[in-house]
Design a protein around this ligand. Structure first.
Ligand code: FE2
Ligand code: FE2
Length: 209
């Protein structure tokens, strides 16, 4: 079932806000209690680049959740993911603020990754809810793995970025479980491999641009 025009307009507006407006957080930022540590210029640059990758990942997550909301056939599924989509907005807010604090900038490629992810989310949703949820679950698992890697790669004294990534990982794993509970299909291996390859390209490009 194709999404109606008014739904498309609402989601188009959400897309513009995802890309260009400041995201807000209902929960306190996870690093609010963590004191700032001394970081060299090189360390700051590196941490900002890692946070930029995570911010770009959150842009993609927004698009996937929007694709899910646009195409979900079962209204229960649509409602169930409203909270997860909210948490993704919070992740955007947390990573964006930390990038700023570290003196970095958001990826210039965000609109491209956003559009690609939205297309994937909608396409999968049009095939069926379980495929869209399958994409969500697999994405969340892959993101959680990336977050683990980034927590290891951060300068050890950058506990502020660490606290943010740690909370994001907890949230992402919950989102994956939720998608599975709602009937996510287990994606075929070649699709998973393709997603891993795409995320590698995203990771490498957002580190630099
Ligand atoms: Fe997220
Ligand atoms: Fe998530």
């Amino acid at each position: 079932m194709l999404p109606s025009l008014d739904k498309l307009i609402v989601e188009f507006d959400k897309g513009l806000r995802t890309l260009f407006a400041e995201a807000s957080s209902r929960r306190p930022h996870p690093d609010v209690q963590t004191p700032d540590a001394e970081l060299s210029e090189e360390e700051k640059k590196h941490a900002a680049r890692l946070m930029r990758i995570n911010h770009c990942g959150e842009i993609c997550a927004q698009a996937l959740y929007q694709g899910q909301a646009l195409t979900a056939r079962d209204p229960k599924n649509k409602e169930a993911f409203t909270e997860a989509a909210w948490q993704e907005t919070e992740h955007l807010a947390w990573t964006a603020k930390r990038i700023d604090e570290l003196g970095g900038h958001k990826s210039l490629l965000n609109p491209i990754w956003y559009t690609g992810s939205l297309a994937i989310g909608i396409t999968a949703g049009l095939i069926g809810d379980k495929w869209n949820l399958g994409f969500l679950a697999e994405t969340e698992h892959q993101v959680a793995k990336h977050l683990d890697e980034h927590m290891e790669k951060l300068p050890p004294q950058d506990q502020k970025s660490y606290a943010i990534l740690d909370q994001m990982k907890t949230d992402e794993l919950e989102h994956a479980d939720q998608a599975i509970e709602h009937g996510a299909a287990n994606l075929p291996l070649p699709v998973k491999a393709m997603m891993q390859l795409t995320s590698k390209v995203m990771t490498k490009s957002s580190y630099w641009i």
